[in-house]
Design a protein around this ligand. Structure first.
Ligand SMILES: O=P(O)(O)OC[C@H]1O[C@](O)(COP(=O)(O)O)[C@@H](O)[C@@H]1O
Length: 257
């Protein structure tokens, strides 16, 4: 099923603490109607929140309001909105701080989604997992990350939302898969799955290197990651036979797409 990214990217947010906001609401209704005519059935809007930069109340409000307006406009034009306030991994804070920020962000997102009469049954969420900051002295186990992430989601996300598709945010391929698997060890109110970029594509791109002779090997590499994550969204991933490459962290400070 085709979908389309409809935001117009991140720009500095005046009056904030070096934070950003996501553009793209002007003309979105007519663009969305056109995308629907061309066959699109879902849309994506990614905004970011930075913990080391605050996050300021202004940045959270702007992120939440933008996502809610986008979601309402998408539904009005027949598109299922993917709601993605990415809380960046940057920072040396403990996992408790990420939990606190994630709860604040998702509270505002759902407040404004409701104010904009968005139909919760017709959205998908794309959250960051609740982890310690990437530069924190200690790493958390998949069980701890699952516990904190599910605690946050259960406190903030109504069961009418059908699906939660995590982003990977700079975790290694194996970490992202293990964490997803840990979240699916018991039933959740929503389908808990993945929408990774880096944690699905990294070893594939490294295998391919743009060379025609590597196409088959890179297709196999993609199948390995797709199968691993497919197992993880059922809670059946064992983590066996993973390559060293797949275990390498991909966090880059201040990473931008
Ligand atoms: O293209 P966008 O909307 O700026 O987002 C960049 C990337 O961030 C994601 O939403 C999440 O990516 P990661 O899994 O690498 O964190 C991807 O789906 C997307 O390609």
């Amino acid at each position: 099923m085709p979908g389309i990214k409809v935001d117009k990217g991140l720009v500095p947010l005046p009056g904030s603490n070096n934070e950003s906001w996501c553009q793209g609401l002007d003309g979105l209704a007519s663009r969305s109607a056109e995308y629907y005519k061309q066959g699109a059935r879902f849309a994506k809007w990614r905004t970011v929140v930075s913990i080391p930069c605050g996050p300021s109340a202004l940045a959270i409000k702007e992120a939440a309001w933008g996502l809610a307006r986008y979601a309402a406009i998408s539904q009005d034009n027949g598109l299922v909105p993917i709601v993605e306030p990415e809380i960046l991994l940057d920072g040396d804070h403990p996992i408790e701080r990420t939990l606190d920020v994630a709860e604040r962000v998702w509270a505002e997102v759902f407040y404004y989604l409701a104010q904009n009469n968005v139909v919760f049954e017709g959205i998908l969420l794309k959250p960051s997992m609740v982890t310690p900051g990437a530069e924190h002295k200690n790493k958390a186990s998949p069980e701890t990350i699952a516990e904190f992430t599910l605690k946050m989601l259960k406190r903030r996300v109504p069961p009418s939302v059908p699906g939660i598709m995590f982003l990977s945010g700079g975790q290694s391929e194996v970490e992202a898969t293990l964490n997803l698997n840990a979240m699916n060890q018991s039933p959740n109110p929503w389908h808990v799955s993945f929408s990774y970029a880096r944690a699905l594509q990294n070893s594939v791109l490294k295998t391919w290197q743009g060379r025609p002779e590597n196409v088959e090997a890179s297709q196999k590499a993609l199948l390995v990651r797709a199968k691993a994550n497919s197992q993880a969204q059922l809670g059946r991933y064992t983590g066996e036979d993973e390559s060293d490459e797949a275990k390498k962290g991909m966090f880059v400070k201040g990473y931008t797409y």
